[in-house]
Design a protein around this ligand. Structure first.
Ligand code: SAH
Length: 282
């Protein structure tokens, strides 16, 4: 089946009485140009043969393209019907591993999914055995999945298709109206860049809003932070963005004297605040 042919994808669904599930964010990518740009962006600089993580493979449009380019793919799919048909529909490629399950479970409890384990020659833990993640993420769970992955810091790079609004928030710098917690947390260890927009008409069923391709590439500017500093960074920013209209001075009373609002601070500003507070305690 040609997975970028809307006619063929629809015909398969009708024949198999498969109704795309809105709750699972099933909007299949049916546009060849968009497919090529997300895979190009995701695999840039990644050596062929490397192991790529894909979340929500659906009918397998990205999966097939990555396998064709010589990569090994581990695909995590929550829909049991789609998970069960994926390998066979692509001709049982030896370089494909399918895990039927919720990506959040798989990421939080990797020990329960032996299929995730690196091949014997790879040195350490599950996420370390992947060079990158390339996915058209489901609408609802997308941000949570990304935030879990950025906090694990195991992946060198992630390239995802998400709603444009989510993409812009992830990439937003200080001072921008769209600056929010997801962006602040993602940018702590990743450089975030919006690569291109993908129109709603490139998906079937057609979603209400358009999407964008975003890349997150790990940087090493904050690798020196301790776990205690990271923990306070997350707690402080979470509390601040829960009251984003308020001045920091009125949220944190005696702890922080500032008339600034959460969205105005850069990540370096937050890190300096965190270090200052921990030093005062010492
Ligand atoms: N990658 C495919 C499908 C994208 S739609 C394409 O581009 O065409 C999103 C996919 O994520 C669907 O297949 C849906 O079943 C799956 N999905 C939704 N929630 C999930 C979760 N929590 N974990 C894993 N897969 C999930």
């Amino acid at each position: 089946m040609n997975l970028t042919s809307p006619t063929q994808v629809k015909a398969w669904c009708i024949e198999n009485e498969f109704h795309p599930n809105k709750t699972l964010g099933q909007n299949f990518l049916i546009d060849r140009n968009a497919l090529v740009s997300i895979v190009d962006a995701g695999l840039e600089g990644v050596a062929p043969g490397a192991r790529v993580l894909e979340i929500g493979p659906g009918m397998g449009v990205l999966t097939e393209e990555m396998l064709n380019r010589g990569y090994e793919v581990v695909a995590v799919e929550k829909d049991p019907v789609l998970a069960a048909r994926l390998a066979e529909s692509l001709g049982n490629p030896p370089k494909l591993t399918v895990i039927a399950g919720d990506a959040l479970d798989v990421l939080v409890h990797p020990d329960r999914f032996p299929e995730l384990n690196p091949p014997p020659q790879t040195p350490s833990g599950p996420s370390a055995s992947f060079s990158c993640m390339v996915s058209n993420l489901p609408y609802q769970a997308g941000t949570r999945i990304l935030l879990e992955l950025v906090q694990q810091r195991g992946l060198q790079a992630m390239t995802v298709l998400v709603q444009t609004e989510v993409a812009d928030r992830l990439a937003a710098k200080e001072g921008s109206k769209t600056r929010g917690l997801a962006g602040v947390w993602a940018q702590l260890d990743y450089d975030v860049k919006v690569v291109r927009k993908v129109a709603a008409s490139c998906f079937w069923p057609r979603p209400a809003i358009g999407s964008s391709v975003v890349t997150l590439v790990r940087h090493d500017r904050n690798t020196g932070l301790t776990e205690e500093e990271r923990d306070l960074f997350h707690r402080l920013t979470k509390q601040a963005f829960e009251h984003r209209r308020k001045q920091l001075g009125s949220i944190f009373k005696d702890l922080i004297q500032s008339t600034a609002r959460a969205e105005e601070l850069s990540n370096d500003d937050w890190i300096n605040l965190v270090k200052g507070l921990l030093n005062e305690d010492a």
